[in-house]
Design a protein around this ligand. Structure first.
Ligand SMILES: C[S@@+](CC[C@H](N)C(=O)[O-])C[C@H]1O[C@@H](n2cnc3c(N)ncnc32)[C@H](O)[C@@H]1O
Length: 172
């Protein structure tokens, strides 16, 4: 946690404020979003997606290891300082109507992310991928997300140019 927090604090401290912004994979697909409820933003960074969800009426829990990142999230979102190496925080196990995990990869979390969805809940996840890029320590092998979330109904599946992502819904 110490290393991740310090490294990411430095990056977030130098970043410009952006957003609110929809998750990348929901741009132009906002109709997939449930009408409301609870949302979880995993490794939320400075909270652009959290703020976007909150503006749409979701009660948002936003988790990150970086105090500097969380300090930028702003009002209307519950921030949780937590090292995801330890799994999801005990206070953030769901059920959630929306779970977003964007630009953060930890395959050990995948079962917990799926289990945290409410019936009919929507998962939006993106990771770096080896596809079109080659191996790297933070990159998912081809098909990793599809295999991990095979129990969900996959609505959007992209895997190209070094990125992979899924939008998927749990059984209603
Ligand atoms: C590439 S940023 C993505 C931020 C945001 N999800 C987005 O799409 O803009 C990765 C985030 O993961 C967080 N992070 C890295 N390691 C972490 C850990 N072990 N536990 C919790 N958060 C972590 C960083 O602080 C950073 O905010």
């Amino acid at each position: 946690m110490r290393d991740d927090a310090q490294r990411w604090d430095a990056r977030h401290a130098g970043a410009d404020d952006v957003g609110p912004l929809p998750p990348d994979l929901l741009r132009g697909r906002e109709d997939l979003l449930p009408a409301g409820g609870r949302a979880l933003d995993v490794a939320c960074g400075r909270g652009a997606v959290s703020r976007w969800l909150a503006a749409r009426g979701f009660a948002v829990d936003a988790v990150d290891v970086s105090p500097v990142g969380l300090s930028a999230v702003g009002p209307g979102v519950r921030t949780v300082l937590h090292d995801l190496d330890d799994g999801l925080p005990p206070s953030c196990t769901g059920p959630y109507d929306v779970v977003v995990c964007q630009r953060f990869r930890d395959p050990r979390l995948y079962p917990q992310l799926a289990a945290s969805l409410a019936p009919g809940g929507l998962l939006v996840i993106t990771v770096l991928s080896e596809v079109d890029e080659g191996p790297g320590p933070f990159r998912a092998p081809a098909g990793e997300l599809r295999a991990a979330f095979a129990g969900l109904d996959v609505l959007v599946d992209v895997e190209q140019d070094g990125e992979a992502g899924l939008v998927a819904r749990s059984a209603g």
